[in-house]
Design a protein around this ligand. Sequence first.
Ligand SMILES: [Zn+2]
Ligand SMILES: [Zn+2]
Length: 340
Amino acid sequence: MKAVVKLEKGASKIEYREWEKPVPGPGQVLLKVKAVGICGTDIHILHDRFPTTPPLILGHEFSGEVAAIGSGVSGWKIGDRVVAENITGACGSCDLCRTGHAHLCPQKKAYGSRSHGAMADWTVMPAHALHRIPDGVSHEEAAVVEPLAIATHAVLQRGNVRLDQKVVIIGPGPIGLLAILVAKSAGANVAMVGTSEDNARLAKARELGADLVLEAGPNISSLLNSWKPDRAIHCVVELSGSSSGIQHAIQWVGRGQCIAAVGLAGKEVLVPWDEAVVKGVDIRFCFSSSYQAWEQALALLASRQVSPASIITHRFPLPQWREAFDAVEKKEAIKCLLIP
Ligand SMILES: [Zn+2]
Ligand SMILES: [Zn+2]
């Protein structure tokens, strides 16, 4: 088969090349990859700014079709349309795995960074990672379930966002835009905050139904305060990982309310700690996404409460992976899919 492979450590070192077609072992299924999204993480891997274990097939946001079934697998048949949680290697027996938090299992070997991913014609996954794609949801939309599950995990589970609440999302990347859709589906009022570099994405935020869209600037705090001034901000979803985003999240959030912190900073960050303590802020860190978040993300797609199709702006055949990565890196694309 053909695959996009990081061959060794170092910047670039990625090639579209022939690779051995995987064979499903016990408890595994072979999947025909239908669509695979490019994530910011993949760009970091391209530049060797993210830990990987090469040689490695990239790609962790994908949809596929069951093509072969390993021994001991039940409940799946050839042709089933599926997505898969990013929990390759999770042990299945620790407290975290047994309580629906396999994404935090210390044994996990993240798919597409520490185990082979989906930028290939075929991939294998443990059967216990699979979720069925609902009828009426396309393979392209299903390829966005992984980032949608991260948004669902942050907004609904960790952020506990509910009807009529006031929610601020910092960072209009694909997960931030999906977070708008999830928060709106819960009936919340949503403000999106970006920077002057995010013009196209802020326009998309408006199109997706954000009630208030703001570019960070000197009077941003007063603009947010004058938005529905009779009530506090219930939840800030912090996706930027920037120092100013993290500091603003603590300044803006209401007393006793919640920050869902998703963005990685890549460095140590100075935090207004005392302000967070005195306000009794509930800072809830969000890593990856839980089993339940995947089920909720799929339910939102099935019910059409969330339609992510409009954030899929670019598609390339898999051999043109380099052009596709460029479109993502230059922020021309919001979500870019590769089609094997
Ligand atoms: Zn991703
Ligand atoms: Zn485990």
